[in-house]
Design a binder for this molecule. Sequence first.
Ligand code: CA
Length: 475
Amino acid sequence: MRLSEGRMFYLVNDRRPDQEFAHCWDCGKSDNPRESAKCEQCGSDLRGRRFLMSARWDEKRFKAYEAFFALKLRHPGLASPIEVLRKDGQLLSIIPYNGEGLMLDEAAPLSNARVLDVGQRIAGMVAWLQRHGVKLAKLTRANMLISPDNTVRLFDLEVSDVLPGPVPEAERATELKSLGFILRRYCNVEAEDLTAFLASTEEGAYPTPAAFGRAVEQRFPAFEGVTYKPLTGAMSDVGLVRQLNEDNWGWRKLSNRARLYVVADGMGGHDGGEVASDVAVRTICKVAFERENSENPHEDLDAVENLLDEAFQSANNTVKSQAEEKGNDMGTTLVALLMLENRVAFLANVGDSRAYLIRDGQLHQVSKDHSLVAKMVERGKLTKEEARVHPHSNILLRTVGTERDVEIDIFRVDVERGDRILMCSDGLWGEVEDRDIEGILNTYGDPRIASRELVRAAHQGGGKDNVTLAIVEVS
Ligand code: CA
């Protein structure tokens, strides 16, 4: 059904025409005639039971998860496994499936009320688990299940330890940091206060879920009722083959006149690519914000372009410094949009993550790929179609974090109301042809829905790479 970092999800159907008997999942009677609708012993419905099964392979955590299962904890906010077993070096965990969705499939942004509601529910559940001695290594989006009535429940947890008593007060902040990280990325670009609140949560401002819950309670009335026009959408997905997601994205309101949106595609494997893309996104957003709010505001367009250039360069040099410290060769692509007063779009890129303009239903590629095959196409040695499937299509000529003072391409587009900008990693454009991307964008006007459909299309195209994209509509 779905790959996530560290695990694979399967949807399991209890329909076995090859089996003579039907098993009753309520009372355990296993010799009901196959065609029976109800269990002969307890009368339960025998038709169409479905289960969600996860398979994980990080053996270090098997024991802790089994200890958690042995507690047989039950709570409405927890989808408790009905069975946990080891098979072929994997740990399988099974829950009944009733049409729930995965948080993994939710595009950003969510409404403020939704972000706060999810935060409060999850924090409450974490507090409850901690009281029962269950410690989590971290929370991820893959641990969140969305019921048909839209409530979020925890499942398939990353349990690091099960203690004989409650988790000590001093050790209750771990899960909150990852919760802050997850939720911050679901905030609308306009929701500055909420974003700042969650960023501080991520940095450890709240020592316990209870403290976080109280803070949400206080802020809820101020944040909850604010709504925004559906002008943006973003999503990052691991794809169907890779076990790591090394892509990243981010957005930030810089000032009343400017917004910044970025997509990055990291390379360098575990502790490399995912770090490089994260550092690049955080740095460019932070530096651009500081420059925009410095004492000498950038008045003319050239100065705004310089601001973007400086922030981009700073991201490059920060990744480079961290790579030197770590002694690895991590790097990342980076594509950024600075939207000024909904009038001028400054697009900057290094690598092969792309920026497209969609105007009057037509998709135009604005950025140029800094790749070997793009150069060969430019010189007439390859056609665009040959380039897509070329064995060296992944060789980049320029990346962020490889050299100090990288050369950055910056494009300036005078935008009009209704124009859209799409930024994406090669996991999208490598799997979905431009005309199909265009078709999806023309079919789905809401950027969040379009984001989800584009990721779905990338999966249908093979999902061989991480897929990340951001869509911004000019209002
Ligand atoms: Ca990629």
